[in-house]
Write a protein that binds this ligand. Structure first.
Ligand SMILES: NC(=O)c1ccc[n+]([C@@H]2O[C@H](COP(=O)([O-])OP(=O)(O)OC[C@H]3O[C@@H](n4cnc5c(N)ncnc54)[C@H](O)[C@@H]3O)[C@@H](O)[C@H]2O)c1
Length: 342
């Protein structure tokens, strides 16, 4: 009993396991959102660890239990150090621990920045696709040219095969150029336009995605958007509360997104209510809410539920076992206290 091994999966192994599995990943993410809506889940609030006089750095713990066919529990521990990018490293690093629902013991430990990015991107792409209300998207506006938007684009492309143009904007033009080169490797026929400001992106994007590292809202006017545009507000702190108030707001979980000084949290503080939220991704998935309400630009703001990491962690674990990928750590747990000689 005490020698039950733990499976260790590296980032590179996760990349191998997830290759060309966008549809399965989106199915897992949608399934997890629906199980959460049905109430067969536990999603405690994320714990943010911050450091004195280092406003931008943080490490977040996202624990949870996900029932239904997933039947799993665990925790993601994810660090965000934005200055890593200047050091030539990724902003985020993460580890996911999955626990057995039979005996509570950790059963897998895996690199999780890829799982985190892909669950984020998959949920954004599902929302973007539904909120388009069957209108194909051809031009995608991307504000912030880091790995999160790169992943969002991957999943949008899986759902919207007509995408042919990207309009990119980043405060750092070098990052926009690097992003474009990376996109060309994946999809050589894509046309890229480098915008000099956000206005051009908003005016061109059938879907515009914000994945910046802005800490406080900086954009107070989205009137340049076409009437049928969709905004995916992945970075949560770009749009001013006034913009959010006038929009049609879809979230992943209202209790979670109204925290941590997101734009929606700031608006709730101003208005004293959350009536500006129309529904959740799960409401769109089970059609209890229509894709769009007339006259308003839909904005999807996902706080990022740890349950989605658990769902993708389980998918990675299942695939790893099938393909015999990963390293089994034997003898991790100590002998029973009755047998200990030390
Ligand atoms: N909601 C979620 O579930 C979720 C999950 C994962 C990451 N995120 C968020 O996504 C964001 C992006 O992550 P990443 O790993 O790609 O970050 P990154 O640091 O690698 O890239 C962010 C880019 O945004 C640019 N930028 C910053 N402010 C900008 C502005 N005002 N206008 C234009 N560009 C701007 C930066 O120059 C940088 O190139 C982060 O804020 C992260 O917290 C959200």
């Amino acid at each position: 009993m005490n020698d039950q091994p733990i499976l260790l999966l590296t980032g590179d192994e996760i990349l191998t396991l997830f290759q060309n599995r966008e549809m399965e990943i989106m199915d897992a993410v949608a399934g997890a959102a629906l199980v959460h809506k049905q109430g067969d889940a536990a999603l405690p609030h994320s714990s943010f660890v911050r450091f004195p006089e280092r406003e931008r750095d943080r490490i977040i713990a996202l624990p949870g239990y996900l029932g239904g066919s997933f039947n799993t529990a665990g925790i993601k521990w994810i660090a965000s150090f934005p200055e890593n990018v200047d050091r030539g490293m990724e902003r985020a690093s993460a580890v996911l621990i999955l626990n057995s629902m039979e005996n509570g013991r950790p059963k897998a430990i895996m690199e999780s920045s890829i799982i985190s990015a892909r669950r984020t991107a998959a949920s954004a792409a599902i929302a973007g696709d539904i909120l388009r209300d069957k209108k194909p998207a051809r031009t995608i506006g991307l504000i912030g040219c880091g790995p999160i938007n790169f992943e969002v684009l991957r999943f949008l492309q899986a759902r919207q095969p007509d995408i042919d143009t990207l309009v990119l904007y980043d405060l750092d033009i070098a990052r926009a150029r690097q992003f474009s080169e990376k996109c060309m490797e994946r999809t050589p026929h894509l046309k890229t336009i480098f915008a000099e400001g956000h206005e051009k992106v908003l005016a061109s994007g059938d879907i515009t995605v914000f994945s910046t590292t802005a800490g406080v809202p900086w954009l107070g006017d989205i009137s340049a958007c076409p009437d049928d545009a969709v905004i995916l507000h992945v970075s949560l702190r770009d749009l001013t509360p006034e913009v959010i108030l006038k929009a049609d707001n879809i979230v992943d979980d209202p209790d979670h997104v109204l925290k941590a000084n997101t734009s929606l949290h700031l608006l709730e503080q101003q208005t004293g209510n959350r009536n500006f939220i129309r529904g959740t991704l799960a409401d769109l998935l089970d059609a209890s809410q229509p894709p769009r309400v007339s006259g308003k630009i839909p904005i999807f703001s996902p706080f990022g539920m740890g349950l989605l990491d658990l769902a993708l962690g389980e998918l990675a674990l299942k695939l790893a076992r099938e393909k015999e990928i990963g390293q089994e750590i034997k003898g991790f747990f100590p002998p029973s206290w009755l047998e200990r000689q030390k």
